[in-house]
Design a protein around this ligand. Sequence first.
Ligand SMILES: *Cc1c(COP(=O)(O)O)cnc(C)c1O
Length: 425
Amino acid sequence: MTAHPGGAPTHPALPMRARAVVDLAALRDNIRALRARAPRAELMAVVKSDAYGHGAVPCARAARAAGASWLGTATPEEALALRAAGDTGRLLCWLFTPGGPWREAIEADIDVSVSGMWAMREVTTAAREAAAREARTHDQDRVQDRGQYRDRGQGRGRTARVQLKIDSGLGRNGCPPGDWLELVHAARAAEAEGVLKVTGIWSHFACADEPGHPSIAAQLEVYRDAVAVAERVGLRPEVRHIANSPATLTLPESHFDLVRTGVAIYGVSPVPDVGSASDFGLRQVMTLSADIALVKRVPAGHGVSYGHQYLTPGETTLALIPVGYADGIPRHASGAGPVLVGGKWRTVAGRVAMDQFVVDLGGDSAEVGDEAVLFGPGDRGEPTAEDWARAAGTIAYEIVTRIGSRVPRVYVGEGDDGGTAATGA
Ligand SMILES: *Cc1c(COP(=O)(O)O)cnc(C)c1O
């Protein structure tokens, strides 16, 4: 078992106010379950935003161990951090702004996504620079080898790996269909120059979480056309991909060569109206709990927390839960969020504050130090992230992702066999 608050080691002997236990064995099982649902496609584990709040590096390692041949991040900085942590497999990142870092990403063998001509120009320039730098290093090696040519396995120079993204209808990132031909021609010209290779053509759904939504078929058609146009121009992408978690689970015809699964690998259902995590054979990876910091008897009519939104209906016992919106507990769940205390679901009484909130135990009691479970896989009777999403009027993606860096992540199930092993990470 290893713990770290926002990346810094915690002294294992120190008690923890709260913790997010991350079950890496569950994550590996989820990945295997998803691979079984998309048997002909490769699987990309999406580990952006610190692996949806679970911790990018441990989750990336577990994902690789369970057969994720690709990792995906939003930003190049996230991708570079995975390389710095030792990951060497295929890795795509897709959210660039002018300036890159393109060259750094290319030199780290990261596949980079391009959605428009500004990015094509920048990536081509960076790819030329990377190729020139590689050639210079290569020449130095030759000098050091006293003229003995030694192939370093990469050939002379480096070829940038670029994936082109079409906006098939999401209306967010991606190249509009009207600009696509210009983009693929520019990519083909850069390929002919030898500085880059188009490794993928890809897109992203708007409404895959609403099976049968008419936009799904429309997007698939635009996507297929975009691939056909790219192939006519001479591009030969290794991977075509459009499926996120909901499409992976509900739309096999969208799997193509690769599925990009994010929330489902963390054991959260991307389509809660269609099926729960367990309906899809998935198990929630994160369990969030906190130790009760104070228990007290109060009389009837006692106001609780800022604004006195809650008044005790009778004489009762209150328990103080030492996490708040700074830890990612949604303030919108004031008066609504569920917490398991002493085997029963309680509800947040009054407002969630920055660092703490209160639950009313009614006629029951609890001891200071007892564990209050906010959410987990549900098999101890605790609420799930989906229950919190409903209470806060949001989606479970946001509930797990926003858990703050002040909450230490505690890793269990680190061994490949599913057993617990310390890594000292
Ligand atoms: C976040 C993201 C994903 C993963 O989405 P899930 O619904 O969590 O599976 C896939 N592709 C892109 C482009 C994304 O931004």
